[in-house]
Design a protein around this ligand. Sequence first.
Ligand SMILES: [Zn+2]
Length: 188
Amino acid sequence: MKNYKKMMAMSKSELEDALKELQGTKSTYPDGDTFAMCYSIMPMTRITKSLTFKCSKCMEYDQMTFYTYNEDENIITNYKQLAKEYTKLGYDAKIQHFCDSCIDESNGKLSTLMFLFKTKGMNDYTYTELDTDSYSDDEYQIVLKFLQGRFSYDELNKTLRYAYSSNELNDIIERITGIKLPIGQSND
Ligand SMILES: [Zn+2]
């Protein structure tokens, strides 16, 4: 295992090399294997919360609703903390939220909550759509582990609720970071 504690943010080309290294590893977990997990036996009541937010584009106020178990939860604050985990590693990451009219004008490019990612060597942010029904960061935690230097499928699958296939893990990393290996260079 690599020492990733003092690691600097990887540039676009370093991320591509890391993805190649990852793709050179073999997953030893059967796909979809479910790991033991502790279930809470506390009955939880899911509540619907409504939140007013300012659109990142037109600065108009809009509203969104989401499900939560916690009266005090603010889904936008949670996602901003997630982005902070990325910026702590030296990456440029942020959350933006968009109103319905900006979403309508974007021809499918924007949705209510978006995660933006960029690193050295990238001109533009890569936008991915965040779950707005309830807070969900599973895929973003996988990418965080990759960015921390865990370049093997088994390392990435460790501590997850179930094992993702290597293709799924590739797809998650490529989609969120915007890294795409040139054809012929992947999975050789
Ligand atoms: Zn707007």
